[in-house]
Ligand binder design. Sequence first.
Ligand code: NAP
Ligand code: GCO
Length: 266
Amino acid sequence: MKLDDFSLKGKVCLVTGASYGIGFAIASGMAGCGATIVFNDIKQELVDKGIAAYKEAGIDAHGYVCNVCDEDAVQAMVKKIEEEVGVIDVLVNNAGIIKRIPMIEMAASDFRAVIDVDLNAPFIVSKAVIPSMIKKGHGKIINICSMMSELGRETVSAYAAAKGGLKMLTRNICSEYGKYNIQCNGIGPGYIVTPQTAPLRERQPDGSRHPFDAFIVAKTPAERWLEPSELAGPAVFLASEASNAVNGHILYVDGGILAYIGKQPE
Ligand code: NAP
Ligand code: GCO
């Protein structure tokens, strides 16, 4: 065991949906450990913003416009990355959306849209990168799961179904491709301060905290929301040689939420 086992030097890491948020934090952490960063986003303006943000952080990232739900576009993007940057050693399926709507009020089209980005897309992108990983003799896939891979809550039926499915897709890729020295694991973040959770934290008209904000603080042993940067270390571990014997595992980075019944009333 040596420090170099945690190094990502010489590794090409594709992080989907990584112009900002958790994807940006994970990619930045990987870059800090030597990785070459490739990311995509759905709009050119976001890719441009992302490239500028990475540059500001001293990272020379490669950005591509691609909707991860479009298999032809994903196949074309992966081919272009292999030609322009190199074969993808590490894939982080991070791109994701959520729609918070009570299930019986949710249009089937909305349900399908969440499943498409949060579950179908990780299948599509993983399917596009695995053949070259097999040829290269190694590969790492990290799926960004969720507390909702284990728990339900009101208004997130589509998201929970997708993230529960993503947990099992992770285990299936592990089962099917482990023999090619490909490890597929998940990271299950707790409640993280990003644009996706902004509606759950915004101040109320009277200036008080959002009820959900206080709820999460009470459900988290650390009594706080987590920062995107706190996911980088676990991601680097799962992307590195140090985790070659870890496969099909969901690493929950939740400050202890899943272990805790919640703060008792005073
Ligand atoms: P976010 O701030 O909403 O960022 C999501 C990113 O995904 C954006 O860059 C978005 O680009 C991109 N994206 C969405 N649909 C896409 C598509 N079809 N093709 C390409 N890119 C697409 O979310 P986040 O909080 O950073 O979450 C990132 C991941 O972590 C998601 O999978 C989320 O489910 C998961 N997660 C988040 C939390 C949390 O508390 N924040 C906790 C657990 C898990 P656009 O801006 O163009 O849409
Ligand atoms: C919600 C939140 C969560 C987080 C995350 C928790 O509405 O409950 O958005 O779903 O995004 O997935 O792990």
